[in-house]
Ligand binder design. Structure first.
Ligand code: SAM
Length: 285
């Protein structure tokens, strides 16, 4: 039981392709809860049949996520325990879950997450690219303006980037990534945990050429190398050098730094001493 007699919401990760990846704890939980909320009951029933799980099922998906959250919360408040599963992987990662979790937390209902398969982490670990620092972008937005904004943000991202994509949009996305990021390294991770699992290493331009003549099939995760930090720092420095010292100082003064701190920051950005900044400012006045 959660707080004050309420039930608990259990987020249960399910396989992304290989049924053997379900955890023992998740199987126990699915057998013990009162209700299982599924993104698509027709899809999850295959998993439940395989493991002989017989429980009342209800749907919780993108198109009922607000109204249904209220219904599920009422049940949790009656003391019912609920498991949430999505079509594949970890609930809340690029699929419904986030709204229900937020609302449960607002209502003081305990939420716990039972870890398991997740396509983005599986792909990252086998991509061969740097794993220490990474960002997950999920699916790039469909809206043109929003998409352009996110791509622009990614242009100078130095961490490894992970993106989900459907096969029929892959070539378009690779093209946009190439146009924005230049010719970075990319690992295309396909059909993870399944029979035809594969990781293909390319640069963005060779990936684009390859998939333009070889139709993409199956599920893909794109793992892209971040921008080289030395290049990034040089570009930032060159950008600063293009502005006058006064304009550069203004950036920090407007952020609330005093004169001394601003001079220190300007000196660091331009790779010169504080005294040089001070003298140049004096000379300009
Ligand atoms: N919740 C899921 C998770 O934890 O990864 C993600 C769901 S999202 C709706 C579906 C996307 O995840 C697919 O379009 C694909 O990009 C990625 N994906 C899911 N399963 C995959 C697999 N077995 N191999 C490669 N990509 C997969």
């Amino acid at each position: 039981m959660g707080s004050e007699g309420s039930g608990i919401l259990y987020l249960c990760a399910t396989p992304i392709g290989n049924l053997g990846d379900i955890s023992l704890r998740i199987l126990d939980t699915l057998r013990e809860v009162d209700i299982i909320a599924c993104e698509d009951t027709r899809n999850s029933i295959k998993l439940f049949n395989h493991f002989d799980i017989k429980k009342p099922l209800t749907s919780y998906h993108e198109y009922n996520k607000y109204d249904k959250a209220r219904e599920l919360i009422a049940k949790l408040k009656e003391g019912k325990n609920i498991a949430l599963v999505t079509d594949a992987g970890t609930p809340g990662i690029s699929d419904p879950g986030e709204v229900l979790v937020r609302e449960c937390m607002d209502e003081g209902i305990r939420v716990t997450s039972l870890p398991g398969p997740c396509a983005c982490i599986t792909a990252l670990t086998m991509s061969g690219l740097a794993t220490r620092r990474f960002v997950f972008e999920a699916f790039l937005p469909a809206d043109k303006k929003e998409r352009a904004l996110i791509l622009k943000e990614l242009e100078n991202e130095s961490r490894t980037m992970i993106i989900y994509e459907a096969p029929h949009h892959l070539v378009k996305t690779l093209n946009e990534l190439y146009e924005t990021l230049g010719d970075r390294r990319i690992s295309l991770c396909r059909e993870l945990t399944k029979r035809y699992e594969e990781v293909k290493e390319f640069t963005l331009s060779t990936a684009l050429r390859y998939y333009t003549s070889n139709e993409p099939k199956g599920e893909y995760v794109l793992v892209i190398e971040g921008k080289d930090r030395e290049i990034l720092e040089k570009e930032v420095r060159d950008g600063f050098l293009e502005m006058s010292l006064e304009e550069h100082m203004d950036i920090y003064l407007k952020q609330g730094f005093d004169n001394k701190e601003s001079m220190k920051k300007v000196a660091k950005d331009r790779g010169i001493s504080k005294r040089d900044v001070y003298n140049a400012l004096l000379k300009n006045n």
